[in-house]
Design a protein around this ligand. Structure first.
Ligand code: ADP
Ligand code: ZN
Ligand code: ZN
Length: 747
């Protein structure tokens, strides 16, 4: 690629290499801006002409030559930052990641920034105006201002708020306050100042704090081990059964990190799902905490980002992309629930935040702790290879016991009955004993299939190869893959018959069924449908935690990290799909879900009980899981993976392609494969191309080509080859294609 002649820069016009967010695997050269004298620092943002528009770029380096004739280069039009928005460590991480994931560096580096910075906004805390009375204003007798009633009202208002009021606060309390404010300013009764915009995403420390419980032995050992190695890079896997006190270990380690004057970065799967976690951090740590997640507005997010960079926020808690938060004094990175798939970005640049957290910790030379009750097979494998050091919390804290788990043979359940009599019976007993029951079903909606009894027609999405799900509350059919929806048919569109049936189970139907069975007990359903509105998830979780709702029904949103002290009975439905899925990861995923859901039972003094309904009650991995626990399941699953030559014993890369017409994606991948065959050797196996398991989705036809190898280097080289070859394939013009390194979902 770089065999063109190099053109030296002229002495007074150095060349800047700029990363631009474009799908091209290279930086672009520009002349330095005309009036720029201080030495430029890589990582600052600039404005550059790009095509016919002007765009934000990031300075990668200055050079003295370019592959392009210097006379053809354009100058940088503007320098945006004085200090780099991408600190040296983030630049290093970004360049490493672009290389590892074979994604254009410009897109990677832009992705690492908050949206407002990508758009070129200044990297500065937003300020606002505050009005406060001067001492004279404080003493002024408002009754004297009778002839100016507006001024009088404003004066009275400000006298009630000695700390001052912001424009927003004033807007809420009084209309048309600006003119009287000017008058008061002129009379020097009021003083105006500029303060930092108060950000909800940066939580100031509370006035009082909770004491920590005395650690048990296992917790103490874990805290000591990590605490002894805070001064350099080390990888820990904290494996602790649900309710064993992992969070308590994090808190103690973070206290030590803070005492050293350093910051802690904590990654969690979904903040909305764990308000309890955030609350515990706030109750225990006497420092400002920044929160970073996707529900934040752009401004709030930038505020949190700046607070982390400025060392004002000492602890940063965030989801996937928070792994890119700049840290003034990095001390430790913690990844909670490290097995969770939400750490993997599933579109665009498909990075894995857990894996990048480890890389970042290494580059920063600080420890990283991955915690889970159900560690991923990848992380367990890393422990076996002695790359990670394992810390174990084998028991629940206090009196809490792990629940008993039983399997109900679903083949015996009458077809017209949504759940087994055994489960109903157990739920009844637990409710009557004053406890809560939790029903887990990872399928929202009323039922997954709408079918004609006369001719066999069933409702399918027009844009995907998928069934439409029946939603009763809205009387609509909805596609869970592309979001399209339409009203429920009243007659069969194919034979005009009226015998339309609803087949299969969803959470909505479960709620109906249980409320019929248990009138008088409050039910709360938690899934994407019931929690769409802002605040509704918090309200539902509150009902579940307080014990007000006695029956909890939900999808995997209910499985993650919650502490429901009064839940003693858990029913797990609909796991059979996982046992038969074509995806080699589905049993691991099933085992993690079952263990996590079961972990919601019996977390306090009351012992718990779990019933799993399955048509495969004797399935060996399921049996192993419930009789011996997750760890022995994982060992067996690892052996299976090794025997089959699957990850983590080999590495995979999925090349995906999609096109609006059938056949195009497959064609593109076939010619890619044909070109690759002669160039890459036997250590890399090429599998496919084949249509994606769901070939048509949102109106696009999809296909994939799998590369697999036990040699990382060879696989990496093959990917370099793909980038090169594709540039010459004419078929590339009619498809969208992407590379997924270490894919988590094979669809
Ligand atoms: P995990 O993160 O492993 O699920 P938590 O840290 O949330 O576990 O702990 C579960 C419960 O036990 C919490 O209510 C926590 O306050 C409590 N807990 C944790 N450690 C101790 C301890 N050493 N003594 C008493 N209670 C503890
Ligand atoms: Zn019909
Ligand atoms: Zn669809």
């Amino acid at each position: 690629m770089h065999d063109r002649p190099e053109h030296p820069a002229t002495a007074n016009q150095p060349i800047w290499r700029i990363a631009v967010a474009a799908p091209l695997h290279k930086g672009f050269d520009y002349h330095a801006p005309r009036q720029f004298f201080t030495p430029p620092t890589p990582g600052i943002r600039v404005l550059v002409p790009f095509g016919r528009r002007s765009t934000v770029g990031i300075l990668l380096e200055t050079r003295d030559q370019s592959a392009v004739d210097a006379r053809k280069l354009k100058p940088v039009s503007q320098v945006i930052d004085e200090t780099p928005v991408l600190t040296p460590d983030l630049l290093t991480l970004g360049r490493w990641a672009a290389d590892y994931y074979h994604h254009p560096a410009g897109e990677v580096l832009h992705h690492m920034l908050p949206t407002l910075l990508r758009r070129g906004e200044p990297a500065a805390r937003q300020t606002e105006n505050l009005w406060r009375l001067t001492p004279a204003g404080m003493d002024f007798d408002a009754e004297l201002a009778q002839r100016a009633p507006k001024q009088q009202a404003l004066l009275k208002l400000l006298q009630q708020h000695a700390a001052g009021l912001t424009s927003e606060a004033l807007n809420q309390r009084m209309s048309q306050w600006r003119a009287p404010m000017q008058a008061l300013l002129k009379k020097q009764l009021v003083h105006q100042e500029t303060i930092y915009f108060s950000a909800h995403s940066v939580r100031e420390p509370r006035a009082s704090f909770q004491h920590s419980p005395d650690l048990n032995n296992d917790q103490r050992l874990a805290v000591q081990a990590i605490g002894c190695s805070l001064d350099g890079f080390k990888r820990w896997l904290l494996e602790g059964v649900t309710g064993s006190g992992k969070t308590e270990v994090y808190l103690h380690v973070i206290e030590q990190v803070l005492a050293m004057g350093r910051q802690a970065l904590v990654l969690v799967p979904e903040i909305g799902l764990t308000p309890q976690l955030l609350q515990r951090f706030e109750e225990r740590l006497p420092v400002p905490i920044a929160v970073m997640h996707s529900d934040l507005g752009d401004r709030e997010r930038l505020n949190a980002w700046l607070a982390a960079r400025g060392n004002e926020a000492r602890v940063i808690i965030g989801t996937r992309s928070a792994v890119f938060t700049p840290l003034a004094k990095p001390g430790i990175i913690i990844v909670d629930e490290e097995h969770d798939h939400s750490f993997k970005q599933q579109e665009g640049w498909r990075y894995h935040a857990r894996d990048l957290a480890v890389v970042r910790a290494q580059q920063l030379d600080i420890p990283v702790v991955l915690g889970s009750a159900t560690p991923s097979l990848e992380s367990l494998h890393n422990c076996l290879q002695a790359r990670y050091q394992r810390l174990h919390l084998p028991a629940r804290t206090g009196q809490a016991q792990l629940p008993r788990i039983g399997v109900v043979d679903a083949r015996r359940i009458p077809l017209d009955q949504p759940v087994s009599s055994a489960l109903l019976q157990r739920v009844r007993e637990h409710l009557e004993a004053g406890n809560q029951a939790l029903i887990f079903l990872n399928r929202r909606g009323y039922a997954p299939v709408y079918i004609c009894h006369d001719c066999g027609w069933h409702a399918e999405c027009r844009r995907c190869d998928a069934h439409l799900t029946v939603h009763r509350a809205s009387n609509r059919l909805r596609c869970h893959h592309c979001g399209s929806e339409r009203p429920l048919d009243t007659a069969c569109p194919s034979c005009n018959g009226a015998s339309l049936l609803i087949v299969g189970l969803g959470t909505e139907q479960m709620e109906d069924f249980f409320s019929g069975q248990f009138p008088g007990y409050e039910i709360v359903r938690i899934d994407r449908d019931t929690t769409r509105r802002k605040g509704s998830l918090e309200r539902s979780l509150q009902k579940a935690q307080s014990g007000q709702a006695r029956i909890l029904i939900g999808t995997q949103m209910l499985a993650k990290g919650h502490h429901f002290p009064q839940v003693t009975c858990v029913g797990i439905l609909g796991i059979d799909q996982a046992l038969f899925s074509a995806d080699f990861r589905s049993t691991e995923y099933m085992a993690q879900l079952v263990t996590q859901v079961s972990g919601r039972a019996g977390r306090a003094e009351r012992p718990g009980e779990v019933l799993i309904e399955s048509h495969q009650p004797q399935h060996p991995l399921l049996q192993l899981l419930i009789t011996r626990g997750y760890r022995e399941f994982a060992d067996a699953a690892l052996e299976e993976r090794q025997a089959a030559g699957l990850p983590p014993y080999t590495r995979m890369v999925l090349v995906r392609a999609e096109a609006p017409t059938a056949g195009k994606a497959l064609q593109f991948l076939s010619s890619l494969r044909a070109h690759l065959q002669s160039r890459i050797g036997p250590p890399v196996a090429l599998l496919g191309p084949a249509p994606a398991p769901m070939e048509r989705r949102a109106g696009r036809y999809r296909a994939q080509l799998l590369l697999q190898s036990d040699q990382a280097r060879a696989l990496h080289n093959a990917l370099d080859c793909i980038t090169l070859v594709t540039e010459q394939l004419p078929e590339r013009r009619s498809v969208r294609w992407s590379i997924d390194v270490d894919p988590v979902e094979m669809f």
